[in-house]
Ligand binder design. Structure first.
Ligand code: ADP
Length: 637
């Protein structure tokens, strides 16, 4: 029988352990997950049958069946879908493929302390393994499509550490999942219970779900007596929600459908449901979620709505239908014009698909604009979840840059943390003669408002946008909105005071400045007067076009080699320290003491922007030396 016992991977054990001891009160979701898997398996088989006719038997009477055995306490979900081979069953039911599930486990551990774990199970939809909430044992009998009956495989486990796999024989193609219910979970054998769950979660699964129903019927032989018969009854309506009339669909139906396709437990922010006619005929039912899925920033996050062609599912995620910066959108697109046997290769660069993508993009952006203008609070909630993704659009979708720019929200130094302005708000409050949209990249609102780099902006009443995501520096350098260029306050020359002032200063401190340049030529690119400081004595800035420190860190973390960028030391000539240094310079010329002060200024500037001093030991010596001098002077007096 070629029997083989195998251990679950560590993370599966962890997940199973959670399931077995789960206190989750809606354990019924296990059936939703099994039906959803059965439906997926049929979609896969049907799609394969469209593209490869040699593999498939004539039988395309797709169906899902639920069978109840009260004597043995089993509930079986069967499908005639794609099935699994031996190696596939070991892979699929022995490991966890999604990084999202691993993330879920991590959250569960965090949540366990706050004893919120129960809710998370339902929110996440943990797939096949959730059946262990109600089962003491599960058997899966599967026969891969195209393989003979003798090459079926039987998988069995009690969910405690390992599973068993052995050869088996199975009549038809597909999979039977046999759930041996725990004594206390026998209610799932009841007809009304099963029907209720299917209605609630799986009514619109497009393949028929049958249940064997026991009925009392008058006996043919003796009409006065009744006999028990088993009859198959279809228990889901199979109605494709997106093809129904909008006016007849309730919010609950939309929400439930969204949950079904997204595995998200919360209701969506917005539903976009429309039928397009003209160049391309299609129906789209799209959702703007309210909560970001746990794995949206992982590589295995699947982008794109489901693609149907005339009610036949072609693909679970069609990434060609949506730009990447709208990858949070979930939903269904059902085309009337694409060919049924369309493959991934055909979809790429397909003109018809392009037309649909364009239409969807337009609709989604319009809906977001509407939310922003009319439901600002809701929009801000959305933005906190997905703004980071949406703004990629200004970089990648040049033709809609301005439209997307209009949807962005920003914190700024003139606003409290957590309160947002739009670019239009910013432009409406420009100072007389202000040419640029100023921004600062910082880890947080607090860091930004405390930054010395914005001193002059604050003093002169300018507002500065605060950009806190690592990618912001790439996205916004060079970005232009309504003909106003973005400009980083950490970079290049900032001049809020005018040229005349500079000339005057050059006359006064010019020689000292040259001496400083000479002293610091290894450390910095240049030393110059600052237009951005009012209180601090000096700071380091990047040249226009240089990559900033946060980006440098990000690139290093991604394993990219980046050379150290030399910065520019800017000095604040209105700080009294320069007056004093200048007097010393005029009196004693290039003294060692003056050299120490210059080094000290540079080290201070480094610390000001969060860098470590270049040479901490040297720095300490210098400071101690200065303290001794100062104390000596004071004690003498
Ligand atoms: P998910 O469905 O989210 O991938 P599951 O844990 O529910 O996660 O299932 C894991 C995998 O097992 C599926 O991706 C699929 O490959 C396989 N599988 C589960 N049920 C079936 C089934 N009825 N028929 C064929 N394959 C299945």
């Amino acid at each position: 029988m070629n029997e083989q016992s195998q251990e679950f991977k560590a993370e599966v054990k962890e997940l199973l352990n959670l399931m077995i001891h789960s206190l989750y009160s809606h354990k019924e979701v296990f059936l939703r997950e099994l039906l959803s898997n059965a439906s997926d398996a049929i979609d896969k088989a049907r799609y394969a049958a469209l593209t490869d006719s040699t593999v498939y038997e004539k039988d395309t009477d797709w169906k899902i069946k639920i069978t109840v055995d009260r004597e043995n306490n089993t509930l079986t979900v069967s499908d005639n879908g794609i099935g699994m081979s031996r190696s596939e069953i070991i892979e699929s039911l022995g490991t966890i493929a999604h990084s999202g599930t691993r993330e879920f486990l991590r959250q569960m551990q965090d949540a366990a302390a706050a004893s919120k774990e129960a809710d998370l199970i339902g929110q996440f939809g943990v797939g096949f393994y959730s059946s262990f909430m109600v089962a003491e044992k599960i058997r899966v009998l599967s026969r891969k499509a195209g393989l003979p009956p003798e090459s079926a495989v039987l998988w069995e486990s009690t969910g405690e550490g390992n599973f068993l796999v052995k050869d088996a024989i199975k009549e038809g193609r597909g999979t039977d999942v046999i759930v041996y219910l725990k004594e206390e979970e026998r209610k799932y054998l009841q007809e009304w219970e099963i029907k209720g769950i299917v209605k609630k979660y799986s009514d619109f699964i497009e393949h028929p779900i049958f249940l064997d129903i026991e009925r009392e019927k008058p006996s043919e032989l003796d009409k006065t007596k009744t006999i028990k018969v088993r009859e198959e009854e279809k228990i889901n309506s199979q109605k494709a929600l997106w093809l129904r009339d909008k006016a007849e669909i309730t919010k609950e139906e939309y929400d439930e459908f969204y949950r079904h396709i997204s595995h998200d437990f919360s209701a969506p922010h917005r539903v976009i449901h429309y039928k397009a006619e003209g160049a391309q005929e299609f129906t789209a039912l799209l959702f703007i979620p309210s909560v970001a899925p746990l794995n949206i920033f992982y590589r295995d996050y699947k982008i794109g709505p489901m693609l149907y062609v005339r009610r036949v599912q072609i693909m679970k995620n069609c990434e060609d239908l949506i730009p990447e910066y709208l990858r949070f959108i979930k939903g269904v697109v059902d085309s009337s014009d694409l060919p049924l046997n369309v493959s991934r290769e055909i979809l790429q660069n397909n003109r018809q698909v392009e037309v649909i993508k364009k239409s969807i993009t337009k609709k989604v952006l319009e809906t977001l604009a509407d939310m922003k203008n009319n439901e600002r609070e809701e929009y801000e909630k959305f933005y906190r979840q997905f703004g980071r993704i949406l703004k990629e659009g200004i970089h990648f979708d040049f033709s809609r840059q301005e439209q997307i720019g209009d949807l962005l929200l920003f914190e700024s130094i003139n606003r409290d943390a957590g309160s947002y302005c739009t670019l239009q708000d910013y432009i409406d409050s420009l100072k007389e003669g202000q040419e640029f949209i100023y921004y600062i990249t910082a880890a947080s609102h607090q860091e930004a408002v405390n930054s010395p780099y914005i001193e002059a902006f604050k003093k002169n009443g300018y507002d500065v946008l605060i950009l806190t995501d690592e990618i912001d520096d790439i996205l916004f350098s060079g970005f232009q909105f309504k003909e106003k260029q973005f400009k980083a306050v950490l970079k290049g020359d900032i001049d809020l005071q005018g040229e005349d002032k500079k000339e005057e200063l050059k006359g006064k401190y010019g020689r000292l400045l040259d001496f400083m340049k000479e002293q610091l030529k290894e450390e910095v690119k240049d030393v110059r007067f600052s237009g951005r400081l009012t209180d601090s004595p000096c700071c380091l800035v990047y040249d226009e076009g240089d990559i900033d420190q946060r980006l440098e860190k990000l690139m290093k973390a991604m394993g990219r080699h980046v050379g150290q960028t030399k910065r520019i030391l800017e000095i604040n000539p209105s700080h009294p320290i320069y007056e004093a240094m200048n007097s010393l310079f005029e009196k004693e010329g290039q003294s060692d003491e003056l050299k120490s002060y210059i080094k000290l200024l540079f080290e201070q500037a480094l610390m000001l922007d969060g860098s470590k001093p270049n040479n901490p030991v040297e720095l300490m010596k210098t400071i101690s030396g200065l303290m001794i001098n100062n104390l000596a002077v004071r004690l003498k007096a």
